[in-house]
Design a protein around this ligand. Structure first.
Ligand code: FES
Length: 327
């Protein structure tokens, strides 16, 4: 097994009181096989070079989620990440998860993450929408999101959580999808009503970071997209996010192109549009105001055929399997 000497550049965060930290980067050299995990390297550093280095770990098997941290620019599980796969010129940079408060070095306070999960009532509720019969196919969708180990990788790398700390976040939304899709759940509509409120399912910008970094292939963003579809199907169409999506849908279906001149008005209404008047005037001055007349795309007939097929048979974006909508 080939060995290499790697430089670990680790972010040290030492609390100095009143919520402040002394933050600095410290380098450690470790020689180990290229297939060793980052967690093994951190243990080696802690055992032989600096016993004060603080990080979390428990199962060492990508099950408990406690070793999630930023490694070479992405949040990953240290126990699942091989050093050879993330080293750049034999340097590996390690820091704590982002979007969550740091406690010390690589250990973060996981309470804000779990508070979000708690807000979606992560348990089955009895109610009028419980299905009498549970088929295996209807349950398959639930299975995918139950793979979540609550490691927080998705929340740490979520670009929306970074700019909008009130955002519910990908893990809590995926958890919510797990219950909205469960045929046994009795309060699906009530859940969707909650999710339609600001800072919940419509706040996701679909940057796909959560899909990219999830170590369990839960695909939270896809769950969010399905939640939105379910919400629209239940008639929850009054929020800005829902109106924006419907305006997009209407334009593409009718013309194959967006009518950006009216898109804002249809999404945020007159009040929201007037609030953005300054930006509109700025764009106008730069000659960037779109035409008020809808533009029709070429081969519109082909596009409408795609719409017809999708409307008859909604597809799971990733698996291309027919989506099962619970009763
Ligand atoms: S130590 Fe449990 S997931 Fe890494």
């Amino acid at each position: 097994m080939s060995e290499e000497t790697y430089t670990f550049r680790i972010q040290r965060n030492t609390p100095t009181g009143n919520g402040r930290f002394d933050t600095r980067w410290q380098e450690f050299k470790v020689t180990l096989p290229t297939t060793s995990t980052v967690l093994s390297a951190l243990e080696e550093i802690k055992a032989r070079q600096d016993g004060t280095l603080t990080f979390r770990q428990s199962c060492r098997s990508a099950i408990c989620g406690s070793c999630a941290m930023r490694i070479s620019g992405r949040t990953r599980l240290a126990c699942k990440t091989q050093v050879g796969s993330v080293a750049r010129d034999k340097v590996i940079e390690v820091g704590p998860q982002t979007n969550q408060p740091v406690l010390k070095d690589l250990a973060i306070d996981i309470r804000p993450f779990f508070e979000r999960v708690r807000r979606v009532d992560p348990f089955l509720k009895d109610g009028p929408e419980s299905a009498k019969k549970v088929t295996k196919t209807a349950y398959d969708q639930v299975n995918q999101v139950t793979q979540c180990i609550m490691c927080g990788c998705c929340y740490s790398d979520c670009t929306m959580a970074e700019v909008s700390p009130a955002f519910l976040g990908p893990a809590a939304l995926a958890k919510s999808f797990r219950f909205v899709s469960d045929p046994r759940e009795g309060m699906k509509t009530e859940r969707l009503e909650f999710l339609s409120q600001p800072d919940n399912m419509w706040s996701c910008s679909r940057c796909t970071m959560c899909v990219e970094v999830c170590p369990k292939d839960v695909k939270p963003m896809e769950a969010i997209v399905k939640l939105r579809t379910r919400g629209l199907e239940k008639g929850l169409r009054s929020g800005v996010g829902a109106r924006h999506a419907l305006a997009f849908h209407e334009d593409i279906q009718q013309n194959g192109d967006l009518n950006e001149f009216t898109l804002m008005m249809r999404s945020v209404g007159l009040g929201g549009t007037l609030a953005e008047l300054g930006s509109a005037l700025h764009l106008m001055k730069k000659g960037k105001i779109p035409s008020p007349f809808p533009h029709k795309a070429e081969k519109l007939g082909e596009l409408r055929k795609i719409y017809d097929i999708l409307e008859k048979n909604p597809l799971d974006v990733e698996t291309k399997a027919a989506e099962i909508v619970p009763e």
